[in-house]
Ligand binder design. Sequence first.
Ligand SMILES: C[S@@+](CC[C@H](N)C(=O)[O-])C[C@H]1O[C@@H](n2cnc3c(N)ncnc32)[C@H](O)[C@@H]1O
Length: 354
Amino acid sequence: MSQTLLFYCRPGFENDVRQEWAGKRAEAGRWETGEGYTALHLDQRPEPEVYDAANWIFARQVLDVLGQASLGERDRLSPILDLLDRLPAQQQGPWSAVWLEHPDSDAGKPLSGFCRRFGPILEKALAERGLISDDAKRPRLHLFFTALDTVWIASADVRRASPWPLGIPRVRMPSEAPSRSTLKLSEAFMTLVPDADDRLKPGMVGVDLGAAPGGWTYQLVARGLKVFAIDNGPMKGNMAIHPHVKHLREDGFRYRPQHQVDWMVCDMVEQPARIAKLVADWFVQGHTRNAVFNLKLPMKKRWPEIERCFGLIEGALDEAGLRYTLSAKQLYHDREEITCYLALTRSEWAKRRR
Ligand SMILES: C[S@@+](CC[C@H](N)C(=O)[O-])C[C@H]1O[C@@H](n2cnc3c(N)ncnc32)[C@H](O)[C@@H]1O
């Protein structure tokens, strides 16, 4: 049975979604792309894992398309309900929720007001037809408006899809943090570290490479960690005087901790392969068990660069016989970059603990 997949992404990174697909999957199909999204028409339905938003770096959300509707100016509701009525029985709902969304693009953002107004109208109509269920495990209905008169209608498996509208987590800017970069690490913990509350605990020790002015250090300190902040530049605000922060004016590529630490984070602006080698060395030498690091990707061919960096890390850790997980995402707060999470498995860490 043919199937269309809809991917949401940061505007300008649609080609990166396609490159990532081609790098990871054998199935080829026809792509249909707009700013902030791209859809893939396939002859066959792919495996369920494909819908795991966490498995994709550049896609924020991956949905199963049910259809596309053109809407009239006076009556937008009827064409949507008609399309839903015509779906095969197994796709007809009921749904656990209905989300009205739009591309995260200059053209898409003005549609948010319309989505807010139209959402309750649609929800009421669906509820009257018995199409909204209390069962939170039921699929979610997504209406992705690319214009006031054009909508993609899609469904999401709530166990696999991103849990945030537009695939964008809401992150609060803490007033005490010295830089907006803090949002990136906060988002990384929400998105990439599934057991963050367990893996980041008071009393743990972290190293922040390229720490100044202290936005990432702030996130570690806020979770009760003691932090070695490595940077030749100055730490600012509370991060310059906090008793849990030790600022060392050293080269982040040369610095190594005297004792094993729980976390290493790295936001140095450098060639991605150099960062990848540095991170791999920290793990192979047993300096840390968790790392969040940023790979800056200003180049045109980002996917081959990512594959090269992951190859470097995986090659080094595999050769050292380590068991680990490596994941990555282009976060909402990432521009021409991605954020990666590398962690030893719990059993591996227990084995290596000195
Ligand atoms: C993007 S900023 C980091 C921002 C920081 N994560 C925050 O949230 O405030 C990059 C930092 O890396 C530092 N840096 C670059 N190369 C470095 C190196 N070789 N050793 C130490 N710090 C370095 C720079 O001085 C700069 O402060």
